[in-house]
Design a protein around this ligand. Structure first.
Ligand SMILES: [Zn+2]
Ligand SMILES: [Zn+2]
Length: 140
């Protein structure tokens, strides 16, 4: 299913700002802040506004089309998200992100934590930070 279909099935219209944000993120290859998306988006659509970038990201994140990435010094980066439960690998040097799927992955740990704390865990986000292989090679 295309992102347009996923968006309209969730009850949202495909507006120009939403289309531009998706286009920018499809070409990015690393997390982009709303400001960066705005700057790049203006090259595609001149009258794009920063506020509509923020609003579009909000909707696209709610529908699960984009995902927020937490980086060492900030947490306003956005990447495209695949459908379903995924985790993120983030290269701290070049910012490359890779998604990997997993559903029952943390169930052992979560059961343990629930038992110890009395919390009922409903969801989790997992992000692993390190060096991608090109960056490991350029280090040595
Ligand atoms: Zn890297
Ligand atoms: Zn998981």
């Amino acid at each position: 299913m295309s992102w347009e279909e996923r968006l309209s099935r969730a009850g949202w219209r495909i507006t120009t700002p939403r289309r531009v944000v998706m286009q920018v993120l499809q070409r990015a290859g690393r997390p982009l802040s709303p400001q960066e998306i705005y700057m790049r988006g203006r090259r595609i659509h001149r009258s794009l506004g920063l506020v509509s970038v923020y609003r579009s990201l909000e909707v696209l994140e709610r529908v699960g089309l984009v995902r927020r990435v937490h980086q060492e010094d900030r947490c306003d980066g956005y990447i495209l998200a695949s459908p379903g439960h995924h985790h993120i690998l983030l290269c701290r040097r070049c910012g490359r992100t890779v998604e990997f799927p997993g559903a029952e992955d943390l169930s052992g740990l979560i059961a343990q934590v629930e038992q110890r704390t009395g919390f009922q865990v409903e969801d989790h986000l997992l992000e692993l930070i390190g060096l991608c292989s090109p960056c490991q090679r350029s280090k040595s």
